[in-house]
Ligand binder design. Structure first.
Ligand SMILES: [Zn+2]
Length: 177
């Protein structure tokens, strides 16, 4: 995420999901949805201290290795995006800058900084919820995660709980206006 401006606007949702995917009673919840739901819980924590609600979870072998949320305002740190905070915690837990055998879940498409860090950390797999048409670097504005010229390209999926993530962002910005 970036954002001096709302990454999503009320009249123009960037999400492609047709409806909230949390229709859990209709079908089993997938692993992607389970971890993304935890990332959304993190995103809500960010909003509690006035940070744009973006959350991230790093899962390894089916378990949560790290969970974090945007703390840019809280720490007065322009680099304290959810993905970077989570990557630091995961690398610390693994004792290695290579965050291997992991999937990084994030509620908003990573920005250029976070996508760059994901490539540097050799994260094998990334799943994001809502797209960010203003700053996304997983295909929306740039495609850092998919650039064949770089030495590492994670698998990327998008969409799980996208509508919920976009709604959380819209509500946050609506409340601040
Ligand atoms: Zn970022």
């Amino acid at each position: 995420m970036t954002a001096d401006e709302p990454p999503v606007t009320a009249d123009e949702p960037p999400v492609t999901a047709d409806e909230p995917s949390a229709t859990a009673d209709a079908r089993p919840v997938t692993a992607d949805e389970r971890f993304m739901a935890l990332a959304l819980d993190q995103a809500r924590l960010a909003a509690e201290h006035g940070d744009i609600p973006v959350g991230a979870v790093i899962a390894r072998h089916g378990e949560v290795l790290a969970a974090a949320h945007n703390e840019r305002e809280l720490r007065s740190d322009p680099t304290a995006h959810a993905e970077l905070v989570a990557l630091r915690a995961a690398a610390s837990a693994l004792g290695s800058w290579r965050v291997l055998e992991c999937t990084l879940y994030v509620t908003l498409e990573p920005c250029a900084m976070c996508a760059g860090a994901i490539v540097l950390a050799r994260v094998p797999e990334v799943v994001f919820a809502a797209a960010d048409p203003k700053a996304g670097a997983a295909g929306s504005v740039l495609d850092v995660l998919g650039d064949a010229r770089l030495n590492h390209r994670p698998l990327v999926r998008s969409g799980p709980l996208a509508a919920e993530s976009a709604r959380l962002l819209r509500e946050f910005f609506a409340a601040r206006r």
